[in-house]
Design a protein around this ligand. Sequence first.
Ligand code: 4NP
Length: 582
Amino acid sequence: MRYSEVVELVELIASVPTYTVVGVSCGKLLYLSNAAGGLNLWSIDLVSGGRERLTDEVIHSVAKPSKTSSITIYTSDVSAGRELQKVFYVDVVAREKGLLAYMEPVRIIGIAYDGETVAFSGVSKNDASIYLIRGGSLEKVFTFSKGRAFVTDVSKNTVVGFGTLLDDPRSYELFILNLGTGDFKVYTPRSGAINKNPVIKDGRVLFETNYLGKNRLAILDLDVGELSTLDFTYLDYVKYDPVEHLMYDWLEDGRVWVVGKKNGRTEMFVDGKALGLPSGYVNGACVHEGKAYLSMSNLRSPWRILEADLATGSLRVLIDNDLPEEISGRLGDAEFTKYKSFDDLEVPAYIVESRIATKPGPTVVYVHGGPWWEVPDMWSPFIAGLAASGFHVIAPNFRGSTGYGEEFRSLDIGDPGGGDLEDVVYAACYAKAVGLADRVAITGYSYGGFMTFLATVKKPNAWVCGVAGAGITDWELMRELSDAYFKHFIDMLFAGKRELFKDRSAVNFAENLKVPLGIIHPQNDSRTPLLPILNYLTKLWELGKIFEVHILPGIGHALLRREDVAKVLLYTIDFLRRHICS
Ligand code: 4NP
């Protein structure tokens, strides 16, 4: 492929629109899409099918629409990517929009709206608090002692959410704030359990919990203080036996719908009955007047919006997404597999082959971010872009990834860049052993960038080159530069073992780098700041190492515009082509 062909391919991949269902407001299905360049809120009229873009600004997050209001609440970055946001509204009927209240911008990590009150958790340099906006004015109503707590719902006088509230890095607790009395309660059915994403209706809190072993849904009745497990009328949910629950909510009549997840794929259930969705991953869903609406994709086909009729079981495509032949014709099979790591732990992974590469051929280990995230069977412009430009891709869900149970998820706590790094190296060995790879490069963004930096200095013989996006090279300095949320995040991830910072920071091992290293970093990144990367570059330069740097001006960590995705992809593919093939 010539350079100009790579540029064209990257343009095509970055132009594939994303869709995420948000909910229904006043007969319109609301969804997020980058169809106009940046991530905006859009609507599709459920009667006429007419589509409309509702916002001009790039959106960071949206509160679930309220059943009683035509107003939808969203947050948008006002700091050129530093992730300081303000709260905005759009009235989908009157078509008015604007700033909801005068406020200092903060990092907003959870927001909810009940038609009257907006509640959100906001983090500044030193402080993590719950804020309310009522009648156009802002009020700080509660301050957490630590920074990782997410507001997930508000109803009349109650705000609910969850976080690591007891300083146990392996557990999540619920919180319940009574706005009438000011009473703030931390709740867990069992200490050490995971309790997440509470949603509230008529004093009943629905949440995901593993207090009995597996992750399941439970209900806490706030009036009587009673906990009960949730039983469904239909048995499909029990047969499916999900590992995690991506999203769920109450139906009008008090029954429940849920999207369950297993091995990186999802199924949606309404009162326990499966919709029978195509294979892939749902990233947004809602139920409205006998129909379910959902956005889904898989590794080979991009996001679509589907409508499922709950009475007849029929599925209809509301918004389709045709992949150009130049991309689809180059993507090979996507396969779910498991391989054994150094300690015999089974590591799940997705493999996407390239139809234009030989086998064995040039292969990339794609390392996901998070680290409490995963590569599911979901459209990824990075994985698709790599495969379409001639690299087989193996994406390991290394220890610490979500989707494979709490025990697996917590295996990286107190050991980031330890066992998980071994898993990534073993992914490269596996790709060679099964005849996929003859040479292997490593790339990833954010935590995946961190792993790329560390892998190229600690395991220098495993790779022919690496490309680190928005990575981490120095935990000590990064912690100093972080706000209250990320300070707490780092403390939880390392389980307080700061003595490990040195050993897990590539800056202390720069002399071991043997292969060309590509570095891509947003200038205004406030999650993985640029300064430690600049220090690392100085060191690499002093040592005479081969590296290439692209600092992306004017943007932050989240790649919310198509052109940002295109830049990261182009720099990555161009670097890999030059260094993996030489
Ligand atoms: P992510 O970013 O991979 O995009 O979620 C991260 C930012 C900070 C940390 C890890 C990941 N951290 O450990 O502080």
